[in-house]
Design a protein around this ligand. Structure first.
Ligand code: FES
Length: 152
């Protein structure tokens, strides 16, 4: 097998949910200071707090595309509370694994989803335990990456 498995390659070549929802209920971006890549996630959320649609735009690497494709697939149909529980490790697992150096790309997807839900919460006066202490503008911290691009 090459560096990337077939599922990752499929989500890269045929990504799901690409684009931007007009008048979203929540929108969040996240840029990685590690690599400079950036992701925008927009959400439609109904009155029952169910995510009825999610789209992404990623200005980044192929793994970021595959991660956001999978991540948006995973949260559509979920409640906001359930979507907040989605971790980058679950995204990796659903993709069937990522090379270690590309793990941080999945963190981008997790963070962008949380940012979009944070925006929704702000606009709708909601609070969620999982967002306590969450800062949408925070930079990636140690748990996320450890990739030293200077070695490439
Ligand atoms: Fe930065 Fe993949 S998101 S290298």
């Amino acid at each position: 097998m090459g560096l990337y498995n077939d599922k990752v390659m499929d989500h890269f070549f045929n990504p799901h949910n690409v684009g931007e929802i007009a008048e979203p209920d929540g929108a969040g971006t996240y840029g990685s200071p590690v690599c400079g890549d950036m992701m925008l996630i927009t959400l439609k959320i109904d009155d029952n707090e169910i995510i009825t649609d999610a789209k992404f735009k990623t200005y980044g690497c192929g793994t970021a595309v595959a991660s956001s494709s999978m991540a948006t697939d995973m949260i559509i149909g979920k409640s906001v509370e359930e979507a907040l529980q989605v971790t980058n490790q679950q995204i990796i697992d659903e993709l069937g694994g990522l090379p270690a150096i590309k793990v941080h790309c999945s963190v981008l997807a997790e963070h962008a989803i949380k940012s979009a839900i944070y925006d929704y919460a702000q606009k709708h006066g909601k609070t969620y335990e999982a967002l306590e202490g969450f800062d949408p503008n925070a930079e990636e911290d140690d748990h996320s990456c450890g990739v030293d691009l200077s070695e490439e």
